[in-house]
Unconditional design. Structure first.
Length: 120
């Protein structure tokens, strides 16, 4: 079983728990019931889901950001999709930082690699 990752907010308190459910997919459980979220408007390059989740006290988790910015035990992968499910659950779907190069799911470029095409 995957160990839950406790993400801390702006004030150092535990606000979100991320639990890996499959490769590149994490279930997010909010400690408090209060949070803000936003969706994409229609026609936003075909992206579905939420554009951000902002639990009380943070952190502001947004589409396109890198997961390990929120906790060092999360992978260095870009957030591809944030999803709110009908059962009330939230999920975070990850992909390679440089999806244009079709890299396999795994540790992504750290954005300072001199051999990486997207870093040039």
């Amino acid at each position: 079983m995957n160990e839950p990752i406790k993400i801390k907010g702006h004030y150092g308190t535990h606000t979100v728990t991320a639990t890996k459910v499959s490769d590149g997919v994490y279930r997010l459980a909010l400690v408090d019931d209060f949070y803000r979220c936003g969706g994409f408007s229609e026609g936003a390059k075909g992206v579905e889901g939420l554009s951000f989740i902002d639990p009380a006290g943070g952190p502001f988790i947004s589409h396109g950001s890198v997961a390990n910015e929120y906790h060092p035990n999360l992978p260095n992968l870009k957030i591809k999709k944030l999803e709110s499910r009908m059962d009330g659950g939230l999920t975070m779907h990850l992909e390679s930082i440089d999806d244009d190069l079709d890299e396999p799911l795994g540790v992504a470029c750290r954005l300072d690699d001199p051999e990486c095409e997207s870093c040039q």
